[in-house]
Every structure is written in structure tokens, then in C-alpha cells.
Ligand binder design. Structure first.
Ligand code: SAH
Length: 339
């Protein structure tokens, strides 16, 4: 089988090139074409013909194949449905923010975490994505949008801390100065709260931003919408978050999806504030993007506002996430589910 160059760091690829009897500097030349989205060795204009043949005999550049792109007329959000070589399908989203262009990538095909409001988990986990398959989503999005990307969030389909080995290699590839060169501080990973991996992550990547999906302030409520809470309940999860902050001195983002009648009362907000008191954090309130199969509804606007005010009153920093790409199937996993 041909190896996918997207899986290699530059130094690994240099070793491969040298092992084939080629000059080391060729690796860097090829790498810089790949970063630009060129996936055909024949189009790499500074390579001799014989080298192109050697490359074709040994390697491929497996960018995910774009099945569909949905473009929002109002805010420029672009949602991609990609197909991998084994026909698994994943999603990525390109978003424009004041501070720059962001791509949200998937880390698994499907998910086994079973959160009740989420479309990505409805058919379970198919498989983990490789580092190159995660990276390829960003290169493909840059190529299609013709825009430079400077922020990456791992908040698409899948639980990144259930695929930590591949995700950590991906982070290194993404950060590589000879690769896409995205700064660690411009990357955010979101987890449903796999405690042992939060500890490892704080050691391995102290500069990468951490977001933790909390979504409820009591174990009863959280277990109802997030089965992972049975294994890693709130008290232990928050201890892990405190360890993380003490170690890295980085602020954690807590994601809290507001579901009508489930977790959106003032009492819920008060309980959340109590839980987070004294922790270096920020709460990101996400109005539920309803997924028909789940029967859950978006919290009402007045409840969202009251929730936010209650947190602020109690000294907890919070914002309501801007709802980008509302008219396209932007809740993660929805596009994949429809096709
Ligand atoms: N597995 C990771 C990344 C998943 S998606 C995690 O759990 O954090 C990123 C965020 O979107 C998570 O907070 C997730 O709970 C939330 N989310 C998923 N489906 C949603 C929906 N339909 N509406 C609003 N938020 C949703």
C-alpha cells in the first residue's frame, strides 16, 4: 500500500526520502506543496520527472474527498462533508471570526459517548481518524475556501480524548513550523471529560486551549444527558480541571448547551456558579441546535438571557455562543446523518 504523506512530520518524511536515495531537501519542497493543497506530484513544478515517478510508486497525498459544501450566505460559514478512503464520512466547518478564520475538525468517524442532544453519536463509533486525516480536513478547507486558516478547534465529530494518540500527533503536525504552523495557543480541544486524558493533556500540551463539555451542574442532570458522567462524575471532573489550571495557569472554557426545560433554569445557573466559584474559567453558553431524532428543544431566548445574567451576577464570566451557520446543518454530525 502507498503511504499517505499527510501522516508524516517533515523529519519523518525526510527519512523516507533519503531512504529512497533522494536528496533530503526534496522533502521540504514536497511538503510545502502539500500545505498549499496540491495533492498531485505531477503538479509540483520544481521536481524532476524521475522523482515524480518515484513518489507515485511510493506515496499518496490523501486529502479527504469533498462530497458536499454548504455555504451560509449571511456569515460565510462553510460546512464540509468529506469522504475518507474507506468511505467513512466526516464533517468540518470553516468559520469567520473577528480574530481570524477558524476550522472545526472531526477527530473520529462517529462517536461512542452517547450525549443525548448530539447528532454525531446516534450511529455509534465507526473508527478513529488518523493524524493525517484530521490534518487533511484543514488543508482541504483552505484549498476550497481560498482562505488562510489561523485557528483550529477540535470540536467536530468524535471525542478527541478517546483518540488521544492520533490527536496528539495531529497537534504536533499542525504546529510544525514547516507545516501549517498554527500556534498552540490558536488551537482548542473540546472533551466530554475523560479525566485521565485531561491530566496527560495538561502535561503534554500546556499551551493548547482546553474546553470541557459540562452541560449540567448536578450529577443527576448530567448523567441524564451525558452517559460519560457515570464514569467521570462532576466532582472528580472539576478536581481534574483544578489540577489542569494549577499546572498550566490556563483558563478553561466550560461548554454548556442550553436545552429547554432540562438545564436552563435560574437554579441551574446558580448551581453552576457555585460549582465553578474560584476556578479560572469561562462559560460558553450554547443554545441547543435541535436534532430532530433527539426530541430536545432549544432553550428559550428569555431563559438564555436570564441564565447568563445569573452567572454574571455570581461573578462567573460567560458568553452566549454566536449561532453561525444556522440555516445550514451546522450542528456537528447533522450533515453526515442526513446523507
Ligand atoms: N466530544 C467533544 C467535542 C464535541 S462537539 C465534546 O464533547 O466536547 C463540541 C461541543 O458541541 C460539545 O460541547 C458538544 O456537547 C456540543 N454539541 C453537540 N451537539 C450539539 C447540539 N446539537 N447543539 C448544541 N451543542 C452541541
Amino acid at each position: 500500500m502507498l503511504s499517505n504523506i499527510l501522516e508524516y512530520s517533515l523529519s519523518e518524511f525526510e527519512n523516507e526520502i533519503v531512504a529512497l536515495g533522494e536528496k533530503k531537501f526534496r522533502a521540504k519542497q514536497i511538503y510545502s506543496w502539500i500545505i498549499k493543497g496540491v495533492d498531485d506530484f505531477g503538479e509540483m513544478k520544481n521536481l524532476p520527472k524521475v522523482l515524480v515517478e518515484t513518489l507515485n510508486e511510493n506515496f499518496v497525498i490523501d486529502l479527504p474527498r469533498q462530497v458536499e459544501v454548504q455555504i451560509s450566505e449571511t456569515d460565510g460559514t462553510r460546512k464540509y462533508l468529506f469522504e475518507l478512503t474507506d468511505q467513512n464520512r466526516i464533517e468540518a466547518v470553516f468559520m469567520k471570526y473577528k480574530y481570524g478564520n477558524t476550522v472545526c475538525v472531526s477527530s473520529q468517524a462517529g462517536c461512542k459517548m452517547g450525549c443525548k442532544f448530539c447528532a454525531s453519536t446516534l450511529n455509534g463509533l465507526s473508527r478513529n481518524l488518523t493524524p493525517g486525516e484530521i490534518l487533511g480536513q484543514i488543508i482541504a478547507a483552505e484549498k476550497e475556501s481560498q482562505e488562510k486558516i489561523n485557528h483550529v478547534v477540535v470540536m467536530g465529530i468524535g471525542e478527541p480524548f478517546d483518540n488521544y494518540e492520533n490527536v496528539s500527533k495531529f497537534l504536533k503536525l499542525l504546529n510544525d513550523k514547516d507545516g501549517l504552523n498554527i500556534g498552540m495557543r490558536n488551537i482548542t480541544i473540546s472533551t466530554c471529560g475523560i479525566i485521565p486524558v485531561i491530566d496527560r493533556f495538561g502535561d503534554d500540551f500546556p499551551q493548547v486551549n482546553l474546553a470541557v463539555s459540562l452541560h449540567a451542574a448536578t450529577d443527576v442532570n448530567r448523567t441524564e444527558i451525558m452517559p460519560i458522567n457515570n464514569k467521570y462524575p462532576i466532582k472528580e471532573l472539576l478536581s481534574a480541571c483544578r489540577r489542569y489550571v494549577n499546572k498550566t495557569h490556563r483558563r478553561i472554557t466550560f461548554e454548556y448547551t442550553l436545552v429547554d426545560g432540562k438545564n436552563d433554569s435560574r437554579e441551574d445557573a446558580a448551581a453552576l456558579a457555585k460549582l465553578l466559584k474560584g476556578l479560572l474559567c469561562h462559560v460558553n453558553l450554547i443554545p441547543l441546535n435541535p436534532v430532530a431524532e433527539t426530541g430536545l428543544r432549544k432553550a428559550r431566548r428569555e431563559n438564555i438571557n436570564a441564565f447568563l445574567r445569573e452567572l454574571e451576577k455570581r461573578g462567573i464570566q460567560a458568553t452566549v455562543r454566536r449561532e453561525l451557520g444556522d440555516e445550514i446543518d451546522a450542528a456537528c454530525g447533522q450533515l453526515r446523518l442526513r446523507k
